[in-house]
Ligand binder design. Structure first.
Ligand code: ATP
Ligand code: MG
Length: 332
């Protein structure tokens, strides 16, 4: 089977519906046809300050949600980035073949460093793309399923793989990005023109997998809607209602058109009540399973240890090869 690799940062106490519909659902599908590597990028998380106890907790929480959503740790390799030292080792080598100019062009660095100011940002935020390239290249995947926002980092990964291969001889598979075609893009319930995001200012616009269903229902019922009373789909003029329709369609596999017809002549309130039920129904088994897994952290850690073992058996020989080709004297 061809390989794929993907990950999402453990930067919140729960994943949200956007992470689930936009990424996890696809990962679960992909593992049918590919040998998949899914990891929790804790090393990436510390490119901005993290509370250590939170990071530990959120790493387990992320793993539990991957599994609860359908990632099968028997079939796919599920692991924590910091368990595999080869990621940091390869990062250094890739950092040394990256130009200052090309690193400086990464727009994610520009965006994220603009928040605090470049001088106040950690150097890790700058070298983040080289760590991401290492994450990918160590597993020789053919495809990397990521959001459109990662296009530039994937391009850099390809450039670095080709550069290394050219200078030192064929070593890395040059991967391609798998970008979602339609991409269930979910927006904030309170600010329906901004995407739902773990780092949102307020939690009120988020639908979190691990939240109590009552909290989720309440947030959906308080979602911002638009002027007028008619339920129809218009991203431009009715972003609130359109987002609710998109979410409804995504969690039930009904089409937006079908929903619009079904809600003709009904009020926003009807839509919200039904949507709250559909969402909580869809998330309930995932939440329950994730909480079960989190109840037994030792078992979860054991699953991750097995994943680390599998991951390392792939990553270590690749790094060995890179070290040899780089001319590092082998340890006698
Ligand atoms: P952060 O605010 O920390 O960047 P995030 O909510 O944007 O968090 P990421 O960890 O950046 O989440 O992304 C994880 C995955 O979830 C990516 O594949 C991304 O494309 C997807 N994703 C994130 N937000 C949404 C959304 N609102 N709709 C659909 N997909 C999303
Ligand atoms: Mg993001």
């Amino acid at each position: 089977h061809p390989r794929v690799l993907s990950g999402m940062q453990p930067s919140a106490d729960s994943l949200h519906l956007g992470n689930y519909l936009g990424a996890l659902v696809n990962w679960v599908k992909v593992q049918e046809d590919f040998e998949a590597f899914y990891f929790i990028p804790d090393l990436h998380a510390i490119t901005v300050p993290q509370d250590p106890a939170d990071l530990t907790k959120r790493t387990r929480v992320a793993a539990a949600q991957y599994i609860a959503a359908g990632i099968d740790p028997q079939r796919s390799t599920l692991f924590v980035q910091s368990h595999i030292p080869e990621h940091t080792q390869l990062t250094w080598i890739l950092t040394c073949i990256t130009g200052m100019g090309e690193a400086s062009r990464m727009t994610q660095f520009k965006d994220k460093s603009a928040r605090e100011g470049v001088d106040a940002s950690g150097v890790g935020l700058f070298t983040y793309p080289m760590l991401m390239a290492a994450d990918i290249l160590l597993y020789q995947p053919h495809g990397v399923p990521v959001g459109d926002d990662q296009r530039q980092h994937i391009e850099l990964t390809r450039t670095l793989a080709q550069r290394f291969n050219h200078r030192y001889g064929e070593t890395f598979v040059v991967p391609v990005g798998f970008y979602p075609e339609t991409g269930a893009r979910i927006y904030d319930l309170q600010e329906p023109t901004a995407k739902m995001s773990k780092s949102a200012q307020s939690p009120n616009g988020l639908i979190n997998i691990l939240d109590d269903p009552k909290v989720t229902a309440k947030r959906i019922k308080s979602a911002v809607t638009d002027a007028g009373t008619e339920i129809h789909y218009d991203r431009q003029n009715k972003p609130g209602v359109s987002n609710l329709l998109d979410i409804y369609a995504a969690v039930t596999d009904r089409s937006v058109d079908d929903l619009v017809t079904a809600y003709e002549g009904k009020m926003y309130g009807h839509l919200k009540v039904d949507l709250a039920e559909a969402v909580t129904e869809r998330l309930a088994p995932i939440r329950t399973r994730a909480l079960e897994l989190l109840d037994d952290p030792a078992e979860l850690d054991r699953i991750l240890a097995l994943g680390a073992e599998k991951a390392r058996s792939v990553a270590a020989p690749v790094l060995d090869d890179v070290y040899k080709k780089s001319g590092f004297l082998p340890l006698a």
